[in-house]
Each structure stands twice: as C-alpha cells, then as structure tokens.
Design a protein around this ligand. Structure first.
Ligand code: SF4
Length: 346
C-alpha cells in the first residue's frame, strides 16, 4: 500500500495525474500531510468524498511514533521516535528565545565511530529516508504544539553519508506548502567529507554548514574521528572554501571541549592558523559525559577559561554553547543508547 508521506510533491503529482486527477490535488494532499499533520484521508474535506474514500482504502500516511519523550528543566525535549521497521532515532526540541529548533537524525546509528560520540557506539543500522527525517520536525512540532523555526542536522548519523535522502529532505523542509522553513534556518553538520561538501556548495539554496572540527591538529583529530584519516584537514578546508565561495556564508566550526585533550596552547595555535584560512566562527560545546565514552566533562570554569583564551587569539567570533538538556542526557545519541541499553538490560 503506497505511503503518501513518502512521496515528495513531484511524485505526488504523478500519483494523482496517473489516476486522472488534476495536478493540484497533490498540493491539497501535501498541505494536509505536511502543514496540518493529518494522516486520515477521510478528514481531507476539500477533496471529493469518493476520492477521500478511495485514498483511505488504497493508500496510507505513515507517522513516526514518539516512544519516549524526556523534558529538561531548561525546556529542551528529547524524543525517541520509532520507525515503521522498529528502529529508533533521536530528535531534540530546543527552545531558545524566539527560536524553536529541532535537531534531527539522518541515520539510524552511525558507522563513523567518533570516540566522543554516543551514536558512534551504536554502529550503523540504516540510512533514513527523506520523509523520515522531515517527519521528525513535523511530529516534534505537533507534540509541542508550536511550529519549528529552525532545523539542525546534528542528531544521529553523518548527514553527508546519506546525502541523496538529506538533499531531498532539505527540499521538503523548505516547501512553501509544507513546513516552509527558510534555507538559512537549516544547518547541516558534518565531520568532513570533501566531495559531499562540494555537493552542498552546488545545492541551489543557502543552507548553513557546520564542520565538526574538535581538533585543528590533524594527528590529534585522527585519534577521535577515524574518518579524518581518509580526509585530511587541508582537503576538507579546500571543500569548505568552495562552499564559502558559492554561498558567501561563514562556516561554523563545532568544537567539543575535551578537557586536557584539545584545550592546550598548541590546540589554540592550530585553531588560529585554521581560522585565518577560512571565514569561520568557532562554537565551543562542553563535552557531555557518558559512561562508555573515554572523556570526562569539563568544569564550567575550565570551558570558560578555554573560551576566553581562544577569544584573545582567534581572528573571528567564538561562541560558547551552554549545555542544554543535561538532565535528560544531552549528547547526540545518548538517549537512544540509554533506551537501547534499558531494553538490553531491563
Ligand atoms: S559525531 Fe557524528 S559522525 Fe561521528 S560518530 Fe557521532 S554521529 Fe557519527
């Protein structure tokens, strides 16, 4: 039975025109699904009754099921969504002043095994389909009773390893008759896959790019990000430069503060050298600890001291993201891991 949610607008148009219906039926249905969050064709009252009944009999509209929601004192809500095949992904709702950001997953788990990341411990089960990525935003908005204003691809998975579906999801997120998010309100985060960064550079809309740097010293970076051995920093920087030239948008360098590992004078020197090569700002994030990960959490004063030392030298802005949702397991993949572990060891 065809899942109407899995069809993007052009596919939905084909679906209806093949059945002798006008093309704009697809637009009506797309609105019901992606603007109103309806999964019941019988409720689509601007369609003829006969068509509604036919759709109810012959098609279906899938929806991610929130299996678990944990609300932090700071307003952050972490969801575990169950997919139709039983896999689970994590999404996070982050309210901040006038922003309502949804952090989405792009894969079930991740194959890349970064040593500071709980998702890396899960391994990769599969890529998400575009509609499963976009549905995280829709379902989180429906559950929170508010429209999402921003989307970041910083949940489970490396988005650029699932580029075809992520590209389709970006288009769906921006559709005016759907969730209608502006390109500048969407950020794709990557650990650095040069040829895919170039594809993002060629993408016609100005989606923001965040590069998970975490160390500007190649040898050190390789010890925490195995993929860095395949794609060294100079190659990634070339690709980031191509992205900058194409969109004229500064790149965010994500930098998880791992105390005693990436906060020394030589680390700051390397960051400063890199910052001189690429229009970029640094976003420092204190590491969120997990029992199976080999790093400790920094004291707040340690991170503040590192940030102020970096600010004195780095040629561009340095921002410091205070940890959100720590009381409900903050780092990406940690909630999924906890739920999985609960299932394994009830
Ligand atoms: S940091 Fe990103 S790329 Fe690395 S293991 Fe975690 S999800 Fe995968």
């Amino acid at each position: 039975m065809v899942d109407l949610k899995a069809l993007d607008l052009p596919e939905l148009e084909t679906f209806f025109t093949r059945r002798g219906e006008p093309r704009w039926r697809a637009h009506q249905v797309y609105r019901w699904i992606w603007q109103k969050g309806s999964t019941d064709p019988l409720a689509w009252t601007d369609l003829p009754r006969i068509l509604r009944e036919r759709l109810a009999e012959e098609t279906r509209v899938s929806a991610l099921r929130a299996e678990h929601a944990a609300a932090s004192r700071d307003g952050t809500v972490k969801f575990i969504f169950a997919l139709e095949d039983g896999h689970r992904v994590e999404s996070v709702w982050i309210p901040d002043r006038d922003r309502r950001t949804v952090c989405v997953s792009s894969q079930v788990g991740c194959a890349l095994g970064c040593t500071f990341c709980a998702t890396g411990l899960l391994g990769l089960s599969r890529n998400l389909k575009a509609h499963e990525i976009v549905d995280q935003v829709l379902q989180a908005s429906l559950l929170m009773g508010e429209r999402a204003t921003n989307v970041v691809f910083m949940g489970m998975g490396e988005p650029l390893q699932n580029w075809e579906e992520v590209k389709k999801a970006l288009v769906m997120l921006m559709r005016h008759i759907g969730l209608n998010l502006g390109a500048r309100r969407i950020t794709v985060s990557t650990v650095g896959i040069p040829h895919r960064i170039r594809e993002l550079a060629r993408f016609p809309r100005q989606v923001r790019l965040a590069f998970s740097l975490h160390s500007a010293i190649q040898e050190k970076r390789e010890t925490i990000i195995p993929l860095a051995r395949r794609f060294p920093l100079p190659e990634i920087l070339d690709a980031l430069w191509d992205y900058y030239e194409a969109h004229r948008r500064w790149i965010t360098l994500e930098y998880i503060h791992l105390p005693g590992f990436n906060d020394g004078p030589e680390d700051i020197e390397a960051l400063v050298r890199l910052g001189r090569k690429i229009p970029s700002k640094v976003n420092v994030i204190p590491f969120n600890p997990h029992p199976e990960l080999p790093f400790r959490a920094p004291e707040m004063e340690e991170t503040e001291a590192f940030v102020s030392r970096l600010r004195r030298r780095f040629p561009h802005p340095v921002t410091f993201r205070r940890p959100r949702g720590r009381d409900v397991f903050g780092a990406c993949g940690q909630l999924a891991l906890m739920v999985q572990q609960e299932a394994r060891h009830p």
